[in-house]
Design a binder for this molecule. Sequence first.
Ligand code: NOJ
Ligand code: CA
Length: 557
Amino acid sequence: MSLPVDHETVVPTSGAQWWRQAVVYQIYPRSFADSNADGIGDFRGIVSRIDYLSSLGIDAVWLNPFYPSELADGGYDVIDYRDVDPRIGTLADFDALVAALHAHDIKVLIDIVPNHTSNLHRWFVEAVDAGRGSAARERYIFREGTGPDGAEPPTDWRSLFGGRAWTRVPDGQWYLHTFAREQPDLNWSNPEVHEDFLTTLRFWADRGVDGFRVDAAHMLAKDMSEPLPTQAELDVLPRDGSHPTLDRDEVQDIYAQWRTVFNAYDPPRTAVAEAAVHSSRVPRYASPATLGQSFFFDLLLCDYDAPTYRRIVDDCLSVAAESGSSVTWVLDNHDTIRHASRYGTPYPGANPDGTPIRKHGGDWLLAGGDPTMIDAARGLRRACAATMLLLALPGSAYLYQGEELGLQEVSEIPDAARQDPSFFRNRAIEVGRDGCRVPLPWTRTGTSYGFGDGGAHLPQPLWFGHYSVEAQDADAGSTLALYRNALALRRELQGGEALEWVETGRDDVLHFRRPGGWQVIANFGTEPYPLPAGEVLLGSGPVGDDLPSETAVWLRV
Ligand code: NOJ
Ligand code: CA
């Protein structure tokens, strides 16, 4: 498949279109670097590592939520949308971080969490106090219970973290929470909620934020008219916007309002939707009239398999092109088992019919997460090959902190040290996401492997030092060097957003061309593949005349 190049053929690094092919590095602030020895990463810690960020060759960072929070869900339970958690810093520290990043030509995206607040948000505290029928309750979704005395929840809906989606307050009403009970859902039928979020967007855009990652973007609009459907009815997601609580057409009215705010800035602020919707619905979120871009999680969910990758690349490129957007390619994030481990597990990531298993690698964690069950070397080899393929695709690339070190998932976290609500609420089927959120190793040895002088809020395993920045920094054969080299080359090679497949005669080998003579070959199989003529620019592993098994290469032809 070949896509027409219908916009700039030279990749802009600034101006309104900077995001189209940007490399965005995701920082989970609590686990990046700790400046004041309290075991929690903070803004000053990030600033102290600015040279490292700059050395990677990224275009932007995305900061996971740093707002005041009780951490019922890793910060996705926001107490105040226009402030910084004191454990992470102050607004002045935030400004200093943005200034430092901008001084290094790195843009800043922040997470915005509009579906739910924290139960400690002043609005929710007020809602509980103010009682039924009050204006304060209208900012959330309160309903009467069913059964004698309304002692049963309004519906049988389940929270995505397990357990009921409704919790009762002392006066007997119930409130809806799609996630943990500490995350009450906002009522987006209330204009006050709209206004408040517009104020929040302006607040951060005025402070120099370049864009927003919109959490659970498909959940805001809900039809809560009676009779409410059952969970079984909610389990089916139609493609026509008629689901009662997900991906409703009206949600785009909210983003059209947000777009007006984004476009009032120069350059316009950008946004990327986290929306688990049918691909046919993605263009609604990724339209220039709404959020502009949407995440594609297909590579994050699928097996390491050439035909699957090829199908996904074609599908995602054509879906993104429908709204004139670009694809966001992702292999790792703060919700997923690290791809260096996923690709080394004995468990598949897809069902026999090709549909992804919700959590690839989750079976391994549930089975005890024994690190010896993982083929770590193979997982890393495949991960690096997959990353090189991803970095050569047209569109933007999202990298998650630590993947550039080839970090494996940390499975050996004692139950008592776990933090993720999905572990506590759903432990029979979900071990949770703490294993990819363990504070980064900066040094081979020492207190918290250089993360800070006061321990780490999630325990780091003994093998962490081996993956540290210090251990890899000067090693030309390290995973870190591969990422740096690939990002530097990508900057040089990236041109128009076209991709053309070259047939290889093998199902397990993919080959595509990008404009300007950039060619990419990825051997997913076990047999070597003879390389065509061309200058080898970079390999995910050693490359000779043949491309070895589970290796990718960039050529200039
Ligand atoms: C998606 C976020 O990525 C995840 O970490 C969070 O738990 C949920 N949204 C709820 O905010
Ligand atoms: Ca700290």
